[in-house]
Write a protein that binds this ligand. Sequence first.
Ligand SMILES: *Cc1c(COP(=O)(O)O)cnc(C)c1O
Length: 334
Amino acid sequence: MAYIKINKENFYYNLNQIALKTGSKEKIALVLKDNAYGHGLRLMATLASEFGIKHAVVRKTSEADKIEAFFETILVLGDNIVKHEKYHYTINSLAEIDKAQAGAKVELKVDTGMHRNGIALYEIGEALTAIVQKGLQLVGIMTHYRSADELGSELFWQQKQFEDVKEKVRKAGFVNVRMHSHNSAAILRSKTFSEDLVRVGIGAYGYNELPHPFDDTLLKPVLSLYAKKVSTRILTAGQRVGYGGDYTAVKDMTLSTYDIGYGDGWRRGDTAKAFITAEGLPILGRVSMDFISLESQKEEICVMDDAQEAAKQLNTITYEVLCTLDEKLERRIV
Ligand SMILES: *Cc1c(COP(=O)(O)O)cnc(C)c1O
């Protein structure tokens, strides 16, 4: 069966690189949404906790339930707000405050320019009052940057807005409220860091998504994808392989079928432009639901060991190559 290798050493190396930026690993909240970016939720939670990471971020309560034992706090980005010892719930709108369960721990998300989620700047006063009236416990204030990974001054403009928000919250008398705004791109870009937490996803998994001039922090991919040989056959010149017979053997050649396909979340890509595997072999013909063909007789091949490079070939982004990998693929720690 096709499977995924998780390189623990690289994962810890990346977390160390990020800790150098934040000043301590206590300030890292590891983002584990979408099955830990395809790496495996429970497995990555276990490794992170062994490393000493104390905080996690997920999308739903159901994900938090699976990793509750490993962290001191788990921030849930978008779900019904209920009272829980460890879980912090994100408030994305005034309406959510209304529906929240009294006593719940909440973190107020402020829209400083992304314009997707969060309370508008002019609504902050109203939100803070509503939080108190509703008997919620405000434990965090956060924002999300829309273009931390792009050149230009937008990041600084959003940061300035967020500074004003922090000031408002402090003036309103709230204490023990953690303040955070950085994702991977923002922390990799920052020369100094003074907030309470970073929410790091893609960087921890090994990818620096910044355009070149910005930052040369070296990170190492954690995940690699392997497929096993199913069968081998000899094709004579002119014979064609796979659906539609898109690939025609140019000479007599020995092909093998390997057990990975789009059913496993490996992207189908564009047949006109063969995907080149980590070992330099082109995928011949179409990717089908469960299989690919390569000119190889090896028992096992490495399909991909660098999602950023794969994303370029597949005309998408690193995140998507990782997140689509099926949960049912076995994950092995190396
Ligand atoms: C996904 C997410 C992150 C992590 O972003 P990366 O670019 O993967 O570091 C941080 N904050 C929020 C609110 C997110 O949704």
